[in-house]
Design a protein around this ligand. Sequence first.
Ligand code: AMP
Length: 282
Amino acid sequence: MILFKKAESLSRYLSQQKNEGVQIGFVPTMGALHQGHISLIEAAKKENRLTVCSIFVNPTQFNNSSDFQHYPVTTDKDIEKLLAAGCDVLFLPLAEEIYPPGFLARHYDLGSLETVLEGHYRPGHFQGVCQVIERLLEIVQPNRLYLGAKDFQQVKVITRLLHLLGKQDEIAVRMEPTLRENDGLAMSSRNLRLSAEQRALAPVIYTVLSSIKEKYKAGNKSLPQLEEQAASELEKNGFAVDYLQIRDADTLLSPTADSKHIVVLTAAALGEIRLIDNLPLN
Ligand code: AMP
């Protein structure tokens, strides 16, 4: 694995590779890597000659400064995991490589994606995600971009970003399934910050999402009732629920008679640790 810290040298190396016909798969991350991240590396390796992973804890996507300050950093272990997974290139930039002096943040028109669910509860978050992803894509110029369904709304936002940038035909988005612990908890870097007591409660999120799925499949289509029951189950277990919503998976708005794909999405906190998860219902 080749480690790059400088955007310019990475770009130079990757454009040489592309000129030789090498296809590039890209996995952007914020580090504290777990098997969920590694599954994206594995998916990229299957389809591309060269797999690039970036680790950058992007300050502009944190709407909560305590969350940013406490975001876990485990670089040595991350490098070991990437080596074991056979990742070809790691980009580990300092902030000034991503946001050079004079960098001007611009505004991305994300429509309702920016005002619903995560967008509502984390103002500015998706603007920050678009900033970092636009810059990383400019540096890496991948053929394929690998993203986790765990951050479902983020996949929608980045897909829209590619359209805004006119790059939708140049870069394919691959959404990979959410990897879970044995007890159902979606793997997440933030799980490292849960206390033992909170860790024991955290899988309740998956239990309530799965129970909605079962009821939905069994014919209970009273969505507000399903949402309320599940949210109150989470609250009974000590979660502070931001939202638990059943949505059209394409628009992330309330389902209509025409909705083809339905998904339930939730964000709920145990103490300071805010967890998100989602499950397709059909
Ligand atoms: P992050 O480091 O949290 O920014 O995540 C980097 C990428 O890994 C994003 O595309 C996430 O959606 C994806 N990811 C995070 N957790 C999981 C998981 N449990 N399963 C699959 N992908 C994940």
